[in-house]
Design a protein around this ligand. Structure first.
Ligand code: OGA
Ligand code: MN
Length: 301
């Protein structure tokens, strides 16, 4: 079966975002036409669902690299401080045994249950994450997604204008997260405290969105409380039911989401009774046009 001859079918799964893509075998190399069609659909629909893709880590990484450079994870308890290109979301240890709920890896992964966007604590947030289902529980363990683009579009023009230009401090971990602040080293906490604009623009189509989530902690020029209240209000706006899609996983689903304009969160399942194992690759973002424009001209050698 060759990908070049397959017609790609893109079917909407939700009124404001998310499409299912069929007619492509992601275990095989993509033709440039198919790659382009997937990229265009991604920019339009923000989240793409591919079913029945029997990927392993190699083929998942190859498909992911069609869209850019893979991020290396940060070292933390959930990767045994040995970060690579694959993040494993699971309640199992390497031998397939259930991890106790107070295990550091489980505590670490619980943070995924807050609405967030991947790597917003890095100087350049992630472009896309690709999550592939290897083992899924029979009930629970959905991943919820929210369109921060549809949320922005729902605001009156005057409110959009008032938000434009605001700058947000994102951190890998909140300064007040108690004992858990040990989850990251002082070096990481310093390096992974960054500033991003509150309103982002997709360079491919000019569509704007809010860029918020659990790593967004403060707004520059506002008091802590004022900034917190605005970030909470905007996260609540983005995660209203009409902007949310909940993905019910089947084994061998691959979901590819746009971290620039969507939020996501893990949902609970019975972690004592059931197993769940998902492998994630993450494609690094590129520098926004607005920053590129400020870079000095390269100096001739
Ligand atoms: C992630 C993530 C949610 C889930 O992989 O980045 O947040 O449902 N996962 O496992
Ligand atoms: Mn995530």
């Amino acid at each position: 079966m060759s990908n070049a001859t397959l017609p790609l079918i893109i079917k909407s799964l939700h009124p404001v975002f998310v499409a299912e893509v069929t007619g492509v075998d992601l275990t095989r190399p993509l033709s440039s036409d198919v790659r382009q069609a997937i990229w265009d659909a991604f920019n339009e629909h923000q989240i793409l669902v591919f079913r029945d893709q029997a990927l392993d880590d190699e083929t998942q990484m190859r498909f992911s690299r069609s869209f850019g450079t893979l991020e290396r994870m940060e070292a933390h308890a959930a990767n045994d401080y040995r970060p690579g290109h694959i993040a494993v979301m699971t309640n199992l240890d390497a031998d397939g045994n259930r991890l106790p709920s107070d295990h550091p890896a489980m505590v670490h992964r619980e943070r995924n249950e807050m609405w967030h966007t991947d790597s917003s604590f890095k100087p350049i947030g992630a472009l896309t994450s690709l999550l592939h289902a290897r083992i899924v529980p029979p009930v629970g363990g959905n991943t919820d997604f929210a369109s921060a683009r549809a949320a922005y579009a729902s605001l009156p023009a005057a409110r959009q204008a008032a938000l434009e230009g605001l700058q947000v401090i994102h951190r890998v971990i909140a300064p007040n997260e108690g004992a858990d602040t040990k989850a990251y080293s002082e070096e990481q906490k310093k390096r992974l405290t960054v500033v991003h604009p509150l309103v982002r623009t997709n360079p491919a189509n000019g569509r704007k969105n809010l860029y918020v989530g659990s790593h967004a902690h403060e707004i520059i020029g506002m008091s802590l409380q004022e900034g917190r209240a605005l970030l909470d209000e905007l996260t609540a706006l983005c995660t209203q039911p009409q902007f949310v899609y909940s993905h019910v996983w089947r084994v061998h689903d691959l979901v590819m989401w746009d971290n620039r304009c969507t939020l996501h969160r893990a949902t609970i399942f019975d972690k004592v009774k059931y197993q769940r194992k998902m492998h994630r690759t993450t494609v690094a973002g590129t520098m926004p046009e607005s920053l590129l424009a400020r870079l000095p001209e390269p100096v001739a050698a």
